[in-house]
Structure formats: structure tokens, C-alpha cells
Design a protein around this ligand. Structure first.
Ligand code: ATP
Ligand code: MG
Length: 358
């Protein structure tokens, strides 16, 4: 009996279906080469689910995702649904699936390669060699605390967003980060605002406590404002950064752009155990949807993370990543990573080159 894995595919909206199709073809080839079986199931999420099912996250989709070993997601959203009320917005489906699957750890690698460096408009002496990962807490903090609007005693509209964390929520994300740091260069930078926020002081205390279990990893603390500055000034000093939800939202976008195009950036969102959801960082790119020109590499790199983090197929993951870098090193480009208009490859052609290399 060959080893079987269930992978739920949620292509979503815009370029989602085009780029997920390329990643699935890569996974099919990986299965052939490694002698395992991938059972793919498909579900709707986002705008397409609003149109077909009347909700951005149908129960059936959550069921398919929960029954799988890992989820591969494309992207959701588009102008068609922009004016919808909150519960009928595609993005609500995304928040819902994160919460519904308990995905508390969001991993965003930012790796600068020689070929991306060539296309980069940033100073090479600053960004060459950047290889870091931001770990963002995804199911707590200010995004999920109480929200209130009221009129104060002077008749002014007033709003409150509560930022709340308990020590268990902090501990599990810190542990995930130490485990990742242990497999990399053994440096973990915990980012907070402990000079101002009580939640950050708890964060720091828990990080220190957990650090005792990882004597081989060097833990440092940095204030979020300083980290933002250092990411621009000298990003190579970082290896693994861990931080709470909102700081992570901002810093992970900032860190990602050090390496260039949004069409290249993968992400993983992990639950307890090995289950995870994997998706490109970019959105549904409605401006280029259906044109066959979207860059599929961020999704293919997300599939590589799926192989490594959820299925434990590390060698296959390495091979997929190496194939992507090799295709880029050979000079092949989609439009978003600096190809001349006349030489730009389409989505399918780029996917095919990765498979040939593999
Ligand atoms: P979201 O709100 O869903 O994050 P967004 O408005 O921030 O979406 P994206 O959908 O990520 O933006 O697109 C931003 C720009 O990057 C667009 O011009 C889009 O065409 C381009 N883009 C995004 N993804 C890709 C891709 N895979 N290949 C090529 N271009 C892309
Ligand atoms: Mg965006």
C-alpha cells in the first residue's frame, strides 16, 4: 500500500483557480516521483461560494478542509463583492476558516535569491542574502478582542478595540517559533511593545520562560518600532521573528517586500499538530484574472511548504523549491518579476518549466 494523503484545494476567486491548478500539477508529479498518493478534494470559498452557496464559507468547505491532512488555498475577493455587507464579504470566509481550523501560527518566509536580486529595485548591499521568516500569531490579539462604539460624555463618537492574550496562546506560538529557529540558524527575535503594552510584558515573560526549554537557541527581544526600522536598515540580522497578530500583519508585509514581487511569496498557517493551510501571500489580482499571466510560483512554493510542514515530505519540498530557483536562475520570468513584455511567460508555461526541472 502506498502512503495516502488528503489535500483539500480551495481555489477561490480571481487568479486563484489558475495558480492552484499549476501547484496541483506539481504535487501530482511529486506523488509519482515519491511513490505516495495524494487524494485531492475541492471546495468553494470566498466570492464564488457567496455566488453559489450564499455564504463565503459553506459548511461543506469546512468539512472537506477538516477531513484533509492539509489545505491548499488560492485567493479570495474581487470588486464584484466589495460592496457586500460584512457577513457576505469574501474575506470573512478567510477569517472564518482560520478560526474554524484553529490556525494560530502564520509563517511567512522571505528569501532573497540571486535571480530575484537582479530584478530588485532595492539596494543590493542591503537585501542580498536576506533569508528570514516571520511567525505571526493569527487567532488572538486585537483582531479578536471586543470591539465597541459608543458616544462619550461629550457626545463624541468613540471606539475601542481590545488587545487580549492569555499565556497559553502566547506559549504555543513561541514554541512553534523556537522549533523553527532550532532547524534554522538558532536565532529567535521576539517582537513586542513591552515599554507600553501590558500584553507585551506578558508576551516577553512567557517567551523567557519557554526559552529555558531551548538552550540551543538564542532569544532576543526587540520593540516593534525598532524592528520595523532594522528590517529596512539591516534585514540580514534577522532569522526567525515571532510576534503578535497585528504587529505580524504589518512586519510580515514589510519583510516580504524586501525580496521583491508579491507573486513569489508563500505562506503557511498552522494548527496544533501538523495540520496547516497553505496559500500565496498575494490576493486574487482581479486586474489580471483569466488572462493566463499570473505568476504561479508563490502557490507552488506554498505547496512546497505543505509537503514539508504538514506531510513531512522534506526531500520533496526541497526539490520543489530548488526547481523554482533553478527556473529563475535560468532566466525565465513572468511579467511581475521583471520580464520584458515580449518575453514574459504565462501561468501555464511557468508551471510547466518547474515540472520539467523537477
Ligand atoms: P488582497 O486585498 O486580496 O490582498 P490586494 O488588492 O492587496 O488584494 P493583490 O490581489 O495581491 O492585491 O494584487 C496586487 C497587485 O499585484 C495587482 O496589480 C496584481 O495584479 C498583482 N499580483 C498579485 N498576485 C500576482 C501574481 N501571482 N502574479 C502576478 N501579479 C500579481
Ligand atoms: Mg492586500
Amino acid at each position: 500500500m502506498t502512503k495516502q494523503y488528503n489535500i483539500a484545494c480551495l481555489p477561490g476567486d480571481g487568479i486563484g483557480p489558475e495558480i492552484v491548478a499549476e501547484a496541483v500539477k506539481v504535487l501530482e508529479l511529486v506523488a509519482e516521483q515519491t511513490g505516495v498518493t495524494f487524494n485531492f478534494s475541492y471546495g468553494r470559498i470566498g466570492g464564488i461560494a457567496i455566488d453559489e452557496d450564499g455564504t463565503p464559507l459553506p459548511d461543506e468547505t469546512l468539512r472537506i478542509a477538516k477531513a484533509a491532512d492539509a489545505v491548499l488555498l488560492g485567493a479570495v475577493g474581487g470588486p464584484k463583492w466589495d460592496q457586500n455587507p460584512g457577513h457576505l464579504r469574501p474575506e470573512t470566509g478567510l477569517l472564518g476558516i482560520r478560526k474554524g481550523l484553529g490556525l494560530f501560527a502564520n509563517l511567512r518566509p522571505a528569501t532573497m535569491t540571486d535571480s530575484l536580486l537582479e530584478a530588485s529595485t532595492l539596494k543590493p548591499e542591503v537585501v542580498a542574502g536576506v533569508d528570514l521568516i516571520v511567525v505571526r500569531e493569527l487567532t488572538g490579539g486585537i483582531y479578536f478582542g471586543q470591539k465597541k462604539r459608543f458616544t462619550d460624555e461629550n457626545g463624541r463618537d468613540t471606539a475601542v478595540d481590545e488587545l487580549i492574550y492569555n499565556e497559553d496562546e502566547i506559549e504555543r506560538i513561541i514554541r512553534v517559533s523556537f522549533e523553527i529557529a532550532r532547524k534554522r540558524s538558532k536565532k529567535l527575535c521576539s517582537v513586542d511593545k513591552a515599554n507600553v503594552l501590558e500584553s507585551s510584558r506578558l508576551w516577553r515573560k512567557v517567551a523567557e520562560r519557554v526559552a529555558a526549554d531551548y538552550p540551543d537557541v538564542e532569544l532576543t527581544h526587540q520593540l516593534v518600532d525598532s524592528c520595523a526600522m532594522q528590517l529596512v536598515r539591516a534585514p540580514k540580522q534577522f532569522d526567525v521573528i515571532v510576534t503578535e497578530n497585528m504587529f505580524g500583519d504589518i512586519l510580515s508585509d514589510q519583510a516580504a517586500m524586501l525580496t521583491g514581487s508579491i507573486g513569489m511569496l508563500a505562506s503557511a498557517s498552522l494548527a496544533e499538530g501538523s495540520f496547516g493551510l497553505f496559500e500565496p501571500v498575494h490576493g486574487s489580482a482581479p486586474d489580471i484574472a483569466g488572462k493566463g499571466i499570473a505568476n504561479p510560483l508563490a502557490t507552488i512554493l506554498s505547496a512546497a511548504m505543505l509537503l514539508r510542514l504538514s506531510l513531512g515530505l522534506d526531500d520533496a519540498a526541497d526539490k520543489v523549491e530548488k526547481s523554482v530557483w533553478a527556473v529563475l536562475d535560468a532566466g525565465h520570468r513572468t511579467g511581475d518579476i521583471g520580464a520584458d513584455k515580449s518575453k514574459a511567460l504565462g501561468t501555464i508555461a511557468m508551471g510547466e518549466l518547474v515540472r520539467e526541472e523537477l
